[in-house]
Design a protein around this ligand. Structure first.
Ligand code: PMP
Length: 359
């Protein structure tokens, strides 16, 4: 029996994707080999690579002004790769700090530039998205960096402001492909695949073509966006199996009706869970309602001494990986695209029963 897996990432994959990968494991479509065994330059793998790139473009409605790059290193490596590629002659970049991941991005960027905190919501405990009039933007910033879904704190931008000329860079690791995005507003977007796009090992980068000539000379060539773009994400060996899985996930998303339909489902799942939390005096989520993440829902129990019992009971019901991030404690339910409504219903049923037992 498969569990309902609420892991923040690596996270649950659609069952159909796993079944297809299993069916094709030993012999991919009559090629006589596994995708893992294919040369990345061969005809078979090239078709997988092109299909994944094409489907990502189609699902996210990526305009022709932007390139899609399939890279390695994950979200954390991008914290260095972004300044290395975008600083050009400038020395400063602005960071909007709304949680632990954007905080890490800002700290890493300090190795390369004057990474200025334009605004931080740390004082209030990372429970909101600051409005644009709070952002203290620098006139000479090479870019402005945001994390549009804070995986640990459960804070999501409903939309990002239009900033004019300065490129907006977004870490979309934990909500990529969960909703349509207006890609044209961004200079660059990036995210690790292991939450909503597939498995660990692949980093998706979307970058506006005219920003490709700003890399610093010290940028490693395998991490230089221009080099990767010019080589169609085949400058070095790409993470072929992770790209194959991302391609299967994209095909699955298209069969579901694309991002508009998946967003509708994600809204319904998140609403059910937040309503359950808000209705109860036993569970609490601290995030302001307009900034609550549809993907990552942290919550605490009124009686923290019941945490272990809650997790044990959940595991017995096949509800797994609900332990919260160590920095915030409590619980966290990550409900990415692959989590069906039935999984959220099973969770809220359990939460209601557990609360009743405490009375
Ligand atoms: N940014 C965000 C928003 C994340 O959720 C994560 C991973 N949880 C990272 C960056 C770091 O990604 P990686 O582990 O792939 O380097």
């Amino acid at each position: 029996m498969r569990a309902y897996n609420f892991s923040a990432g690596p996270a649950a994959l659609p069952l159909e994707v796993l079944q297809q990968a299993a069916d094709e494991m030993l012999d991919w479509q009559g090629s006589g080999m596994s995708v893992m065994e294919m040369s990345h330059r061969g005809r078979e793998y090239t078709s997988i690579h092109e299909a994944a790139l094409g489907d990502l473009r189609e699902l996210l409605a990526i305009p022709s002004s932007h390139r899609v790059l399939l890279m390695q290193g994950g979200g954390l490596a991008e914290n260095a790769i972004v300044p290395l590629n975008l600083l050009g002659a400038r020395r400063r970049a602005d960071y909007v700090v709304t949680g632990s991941w954007s905080g890490k991005s800002q700290k890493e960027a300090l190795r390369y530039c004057d990474a200025h905190v334009a605004v931080s919501t740390a004082a209030g405990g990372f429970v909101r998205v600051p409005s644009l009039d709070e952002w203290q933007l620098s006139p000479d910033a090479a870019y402005v960096h945001v994390c549009t879904n804070e995986t640990v704190n459960g804070v999501e931008f409903a939309e990002v402001p239009a900033l004019g000329d300065v490129p907006l860079v977004a870490d979309i690791s934990s909500h990529m492909l969960s909703r349509p995005l207006d890609i044209a507003r961004y200079g660059a977007l990036y995210g690790g695949a292991q939450k909503n796009v597939g498995i660990a090992g692949l980093t998706v980068v979307i970058v506006r073509e005219d920003l490709l000539d700003r890399a610093l000379a010290i940028c490693p060539s395998a991490f230089e966006w221009k080099t990767v773009a010019q080589n169609n994400s085949m400058y070095n060996t790409p993470p072929t199996y992770a790209i194959y899985i991302a391609g299967l996930v994209c095909q699955w998303l298209k069969r579901q009706g694309g991002l508009a339909e998946i967003e509708r489902r994600n809204i319904a799942k998140a609403r059910l869970l937040y309503e359950t939390i808000d209705r109860s005096a036993f569970y609490a989520n601290p995030v302001q309602p307009d900034a609550r993440s549809r993907m990552n829902v942290p919550f605490t129990l009124a009686d923290e001494s019941r945490n272990a019992a809650f997790l044990d009971g959940a595991r017995e019901r096949g509800l797994t990986q609900l332990k919260g991030h160590k920095s915030v404690g409590g619980m966290r339910a990550s409900i990415y695209n692959a989590m069906p409504m039935a999984g959220v219903e099973a969770l809220v049923d359990y939460m209601t029963a557990f609360e009743r037992e405490q009375a």
